[in-house]
Design a protein around this ligand. Sequence first.
Ligand SMILES: C[S@@+](CC[C@H](N)C(=O)[O-])C[C@H]1O[C@@H](n2cnc3c(N)ncnc32)[C@H](O)[C@@H]1O
Length: 502
Amino acid sequence: MNSGEQPPKLSSEVAPPIAVDLFSGAGGFSEGLAQAGIRTVLAQELHPQPALTHVFNHPEAIGLVGDIRQLRPELISHLIQKHHGCSTIDLVVGGPPCQGFSTAGKKDKNDPRNTLFDNYCDIIAHLRPRALVLENVPGFKKMYGGKMYQAALSRLSDLGYVVSDRVLNAVEYGVPQRRKRFVLVGVRSDVGMDFVWPEATHSNPEARCEADLFLEPRKGFVSVEDAISDLAFLGPGMEAHRHQSPIGTPFQAERRHADLLFNHLATQHRQKAVETFKLIGEGETINSVPSGAKSAKKTMARLNRRHISNTVLALPDDLIHYHHDRIPTVREMARLQSFDDEYVFIGKRTSGFMDRKHDVPQYTQVGNAVPPLMAREIGKALVRMLGRPTRDLRNLEERRRRLSWVHGSSGYSGYTLSKAAERGLVLYDVTGSTIELPIDETPTQVQERPGMEDWRGSRHEMPKKQWAPGVSLEGSIASKRARRSPTIPDMDEKLTQSTQGS
Ligand SMILES: C[S@@+](CC[C@H](N)C(=O)[O-])C[C@H]1O[C@@H](n2cnc3c(N)ncnc32)[C@H](O)[C@@H]1O
């Protein structure tokens, strides 16, 4: 080696891959990627509520809030350069929302959300990441007679990506839930590597056959009880801020890092609903209720503690706790999605019918997420392909410090944040202006509250600077701007300057 030459980097010094998360929601995908060794530096999301959850839990990410159709891809590279000093992106992940594609929803070819895939591709064309991941509903491939899928393949191939896809089942990656997702991975052709799909890590012990003896030993599926039995102490109408029961299973041990609990508030239902719940036995559905006693609800099931969970959806009221006559808490749902307990969901807890168009409350943030444990296995496979070490990159120390910023109750309108959050959380809107945070300076830190209390008494004490009561899609983000930073015309100037300077 010449004296001036740098010694080759040890693998631990190799910089981790850098990712951008589009349609990021509350950050389930980014969470799994971080556990696999991928650093998400920017999360783009329509709604400020999940975007805030994302940046709160991912200290290294900045949030870019608003409609992706109004976003110029240059703003992404400008902000990444400004905050992280990097100009190369290794990975773009994201799933354009599935309502337009879903086999469950209305199949509307004119649904404007179907064009979101084009915006996704425009960003790929601008950032030119080495790899991309597109996730969607399992029915994506067959939608509109396969035309949607074919269009995706041809557009990504035109952009120079070699793609492969699978439908993955979260339960096979240690998630205690039946949940299938379509996942497409694209690798830029000049990278010259094949993506190797992750092997299942978990399987059904009762369904193992002789051939399985030749495979890597797998763990058994994680049941509902394995996942949430230590949280099952909470009766209807109560909220807890601290764990009350000892850790019972390895899954619980992995989710619990501290004594504190967030988003654990049990709904107090109307008497009529409780009477219906009582008629549904463990593992049974509303079909077992005699027709005279049925509510208007068509789908409802009580969890079976010994089985994996039914799919966790964006609306919580289809599932009943296996032991209590109530729906699971946000925290119990988050466990069923494999989020750790320190992952705090900010924003309104749930949303009334009229507000659903413009709210993304905690339950929806959880139900929309890609389960972190499934994302982790996809992430590990990507990291291996890119030749970097797979290691947990989460900054848990900083996350723990941030827990003291969380104020109030997770009930009704959700938490607010202390003034200290202003120094740590960065959210921009799609014009490049910063967004004001829901700061409440009343010192009611969650940590200072008693272990368990009846939250009903404080139900109407809504903090003044609350962010939760809905954010309409048009315009209202603008009213939340605090400090002006470059708008699009200024951006043009900045981009020109930075191009001239290089
Ligand atoms: C399925 S969720 C994403 C979940 C996320 N990947 C996770 O793991 O937590 C889809 C997200 O796309 C967002 N979205 C919908 N339309 C959008 C748009 N026009 N621009 C940006 N984001 C949008 C929704 O608000 C929602 O949070």
